[in-house]
Design a protein around this ligand. Sequence first.
Ligand SMILES: [Mn+2]
Length: 322
Amino acid sequence: MRAILLGDVHLADRPPSVRTEDYADLIIGKLRFSVQTAIEEKVDALILAGDVFHIKRPDRTSHALVQRALDTFTEAQKAGIEVMAVPGNHDMQHDRLDSLEKQPLGVLFKSGVKPLMGRHPHLPVHGIPYLQDWGDLHGWLGTDETVGQSPIDTRTLVVTHAPIMPPGRSAPFEYIDATHWANAQGAGRLYYGHIHDTHGAFRAGDEGLGFCNQGALSRGSLHESDLQRKPAITLYDTDGDEESCWRRIEVPHRPASEVYTLTQVRSAEHNREQMSEFIRRIGSVSINTISIEALSAHLATLDIPADVKSAVLELVEEATCS
Ligand SMILES: [Mn+2]
């Protein structure tokens, strides 16, 4: 199988904070480039690794935007390319798969985009959606020894949306070490979305399982790494060796200075500094910049149910991109 793989599209009508107004047009442009590349390369499939839409509330994503996404994918389908997606956490409400029914991604699924969950009927690809609890990884992979024949073999590409970190790297939120994942999967290769930074191709686990995360297609709200990061997609070939199976293709994009409203960022930072200085002068209180990552890391330390944690994060994410 040859396929174009792409992660974290984050389509939205309104730009995330500090992004310029043309956010939706730029993302659609990147999707068109991905589809065009898929057609030129005559691949079998275009596979989206989750977070196709940014806002997990159907009333905040327009019909027009859903139709623009569909029109783009239809071009690939007309060329005989199967378009499929694993649901990401942004595509579901409260991390529940049954919410897809009411979500924009659910509409794509009813309009010809295939949900990739479990083993594909004829292509060597196996999808795992974002899970609230990754404890049942063996169940989703089908590698639980009690089940019998594993659906994963040396030619299988698993595609998921999961908080995976390469060996030796940590994150300030709950994550899955790639070594752990590799040993649970056993064979084949893995492409994943969710972490927007580029991890690139690497190997992990006892058998040296091949991993790849090319990073998010979108550059969402501003993080330090987004200023430097070049969005890219992956041309995958099952028949390639461990190095050549993943080919990175950079997506044409505008420089960070043109897509972020950096003057606003700087003045917000300036205001924060002034506030800190003010508080420093009046007493011993300290002020911290609150980011979603920091909040998520803090939530992870609290002994509260997982669905409460995800509901809190959803509210904050909604607030930051309204
Ligand atoms: Mn994402």
